[in-house]
Design a protein around this ligand. Sequence first.
Ligand SMILES: *Cc1c(COP(=O)(O)O)cnc(C)c1O
Length: 380
Amino acid sequence: MAGAVPIPFIDLGAQQRRIRDRIEQAIARVLAHGQYIQGPEVAELEGRLAAFCGARHAVACASGTDALLLPLMALGIGPGQAVFVPSFTFVATAEAVALLGATPFFVDVGDDDFLFDPEGLAPAIDEARRLGLEPRAVIPVDLFGHPADYCAIEAVAAPQGLCVIADAAQGFGGARHGRRVGTLAGFTATSFFPAKPLGCYGDGGAIFTDDPERAAVLTSLRVHGQGANRYDTVRVGINGRLDTLQAAILIEKLAIFEDEIAARNRVAVRYSEALRDVAQMPRVVPGAVSTWAQYTVRLKHRDAVAAALKTRQVPTAIHYPKPLHLQSAYLGFPRSSGGLPVAERMAGEVLSLPMHPYLEPLVQDRIISAVREAIREQGA
Ligand SMILES: *Cc1c(COP(=O)(O)O)cnc(C)c1O
């Protein structure tokens, strides 16, 4: 492979070349009007995001982490209360809960779909009560872009009075149960971190809800709990606004997002067909749409295969090497009493391959042959 063009893990440059002129014009418009905070592009983006997924309200905010924090604040969640989260996810899912003094309660994920296990929820609720905690909410994660089983989770959560907050940082743009992500939970949080399926050129996020009162509370919370005007404060909030510049960039990126989701799915189908016999990939239920934020397989000899791919100049990543319940900052929080064997096993087996909408078939074929070779060398 000496002399071969390096393969990027995510190629943000290809997307930028496609819409560079439109992005530059959008930035120039913001520089001309000068409303860097809460400029007109923010409300325009919110309208377009809500229309894209069919939610009544979209509230833009400063990051995916704030998009999780703000709904928890809107629900008044705090000390003595439990919020159920999967252990196999990015740390922000549990962090937002812990920041408010509430207790993240770790639940295992499914062996075939890598997602929050709906069957683990009812026993976890009972255990939390036994520990003297008041169960308040559950945060399923659309890991790697695959929407969680919201119907099954809602069926357990609703009768117990728990609110479902979707962590769709990786899943916005996907669909399940015949509806788009953004409409599948009481609140849906997403992130516009550059590497996410819909990313900006910095930090950003958004929250979706169908409830106008909840949307109004979120809008107030993201600006220091503002009331009737800037110097009227009716609740304790944060500075959680999305920059106008990022909103202007996102409007241009959202315009090609549908097309990019289709391209991501073509890439994923090609990987799955070529690797099905040598690696385990997540099952996407029929009818659901994944945004394939990552294309992640499970391998017996993961570290050796990753090393062999590195020598072949194929970049890979591990999402995630350590489940949250084993992270030193989170060791003190409760988890399901049977332990979290799937999350622990997955951390040692997962490997993410290059994935983005502009991955050319010829380059993908190079990756596929390298992966097959590397696996063969391990005799697995
Ligand atoms: C990226 C991510 C977040 C946090 O988003 P930021 O915009 O980086 O704050 C939260 N949850 C999951 C699952 C993520 O992948």
